[in-house]
Design a protein around this ligand. Structure first.
Ligand SMILES: Cc1cc2nc3c(=O)[nH]c(=O)nc-3n(C[C@H](O)[C@H](O)[C@H](O)COP(=O)(O)O)c2cc1C
Length: 364
C-alpha cells in the first residue's frame, strides 16, 4: 500500500513546496491503512542503552516533530522513531519559506527553527499510544525565548519520562540562535550535570530512561575532545552524531539553493558526518553506544556508518528523494552484509573502520 502511495506521490511531491509536501506525507501516514510490520531478520536486532531494537534503522528527529505518526512509521519497518524536537511552550519557528530541496545534490536545507506544538500536546499524543510498544524516543529542545535554556531540557525530561523510550538532548540545531553554545566546555558540563540529575529523579518514578546528546558535525576536534570527556564523566547514555551542517561543501551543484541559510542534510552531509562519527567513536572507547546519522541513502551508506562506529543509524533527507521503501532496502542490504561476512549480528561490525578513517585526509 505505502509502496503504491510512494510511487504515485513522489514525482508530484517533488514539484510542490517542500514544507507542504511534508505536511501531506504526515497526513498520508495518518490515513493510510497499514499492516503491522513484517517479521524482522533476528540478526538485525540490536541491544543498546538498555533497550532492545528490532532493527538498527531509525527515523531521525524532525520528520514527526509533534508525535503525530510514530506508530505508522514503526509499522513501515523502522526499528525506532525519534519524535521532536519538542519545546516546552508551543512556538511557530522561523518565517516561511524555511525548507529547501537541493535536487541535483540530493540535499535538504532547513531553517525551521523548532516549530513545535509544545510539550503538552506531544505528551497527550504519546500517552494515548503508550501501551502500543515500539521504541519511541523524544528529542527535546529549548524555546527561542527562554530565561533558562537548560531548564527547558530538564523540565521535559521529567515530564516525558513515563512515555519516552529514550531522550535526545538536542543542542546542535543551527536554527535557534545561541543553542549550539551549549556544546561549549563549562556550559556543556552544567547541562549534562542537570539533565543526568533529571534522569535520575525521573527514574525513581518512571523507571530508567536513557539520555543521549545530539551534537553538530561542525565541531572542532578539540571541542569534541571536551564533549566526549564530559559526557563520559557525567555518565550520559549515548550520543547522536550528528545534526545538520552549516558548512556548504564545494561540490554542491545547486549553488543558488545552497546559499539559503540553515542546516544542510542528505547526501552532501555524508562524508563529514561519518568522519565525525568515527572521531567520536575512537574518543568514546566503548563507554556508550552511538547513533550515526547524516546522508544515509542506501544499504552501503548505512553499513559505512556502522563500520565507522554506529550501533544504530537514523535517516531523514534520503526519504524525500527515495521514498519510504528505502527502509526495507537498507535492512536487506545490512542482512546481506552479515551473510557475506558470516556474522551473527551487527555488533561484529561496529567501529571496525573507525581508527583507519580518522587517519584519512579531512573530507571536503
Ligand atoms: C526538515 C528537517 C527537519 C529537522 N528537524 C530536526 C529537529 O527538529 N531536531 C533534530 O534533532 N534534528 C532535526 N533534523 C536533523 C535530522 O534529524 C538529521 O540529524 C539530519 O537531517 C541528518 O540526517 P539526514 O542526512 O539523513 O537527513 C532535521 C532535518 C531536516 C531535513
Amino acid at each position: 500500500m505505502i509502496g503504491l502511495i510512494d510511487s504515485l506521490a513522489r514525482p508530484l511531491m517533488g514539484l510542490i513546496d517542500p514544507e507542504r509536501a511534508h505536511t501531506l506525507a504526515v497526513l498520508a501516514l495518518k490515513l493510510a491503512p497499514l499492516a503491522p510490520a513484517r517479521a524482522e531478520d533476528p540478526r538485525l536486532a540490536v541491544r543498546a542503552f538498555g533497550l532492545n531494537f528490532p532493527n538498527p534503522v531509525g527515523m531521525a528527529a524532525g520528520f514527526d516533530k509533534h508525535a503525530e505518526v510514530p506508530d505508522a512509521l514503526l509499522k513501515l519497518g523502522f526499528g525506532f522513531v525519534e519524535v521532536g524536537t519538542v519545546t516546552p511552550q508551543p512556538q511557530p519557528g522561523n518565517p516561511r519559506p524555511r525548507l529547501f530541496r537541493l535536487g541535483p545534490d540530493q540535499g535538504v536545507i532547513n531553517r525551521l527553527g523548532f516549530n513545535s506544538e509544545g510539550a503538552e500536546a506531544v505528551l497527550r499524543r504519546l500517552a494515548a499510544r503508550a501501551s502500543k510498544g515500539g521504541i519511541v524516543g523524544v528529542n527535546v529542545g529549548a524555546n527561542k525565548e527562554t530565561s533558562d535554556r537548560i531548564a527547558d531540557y530538564v523540565s521535559q525530561i521529567e515530564m516525558f519520562a513515563p512515555v519516552a523510550s529514550y531522550f535526545t538532548v538536542n543542542i546542535s540545531s543551527p536554527n535557534t540562535p545561541g543553542l549550539r553554545d551549549l556544546q561549549q566546555g563549562k556550559v556543556f558540563d552544567e547541562l549534562t550535570a542537570r539533565v543526568v540529575e533529571a534522569r535520575e529523579r525521573a527514574a525513581r518514578r518512571a523507571g530508567p530512561t536513557p539520555v543521549l546528546i545530539k551534537i553538530a558535525p561542525d565541531l572542532a576536534l578539540g571541542e569534541l575532545d571536551d564533549i566526549v570527556g564530559i559526557a563520559r564523566r557525567r555518565r550520559v547514555d549515548g550520543m547522536i552524531v550528528g545534526n545538520t551542517t552549516v558548512a556548504r561543501p564545494p561540490g554542491l551543484t545547486d549553488r543558488q539553493q545552497a546559499q539559503e541559510a540553515g542546516g544542510l542534510s542528505g547526501r552532501p552531509l555524508f562524508a563529514l558526518a561519518t568522519r565525525m562519527l568515527a572521531e567520536t567513536y575512537v574518543r568514546v572507547e566503548g563507554a556508550f553506544p552511538l547513533i550515526g546519522v547524516g546522508g544515509i541513502d542506501s544499504g552501503p551508506t548505512a553499513l559505512a556508518k556502522i563500520r565507522a562506529g554506529a550501533a544504530l543509524v537514523q535517516l531523514y533527507s534520503a526519504l524525500v528523494f527515495h521514498g519510504l521503501r528505502l527502509v526495507g532496502e537498507i535492512k536487506t542490504g545490512l542482512a546481506e552484509a552479515l551473510s557475506r561476512g558470516r556474522h551473527a549480528s551487527l555488533d561484529d561490525l561496529v567501529g571496525v573502520d573507525a581508527a583507519a578513517m580518522t587517519a584519512e585526509p579531512w573530507p571536503t
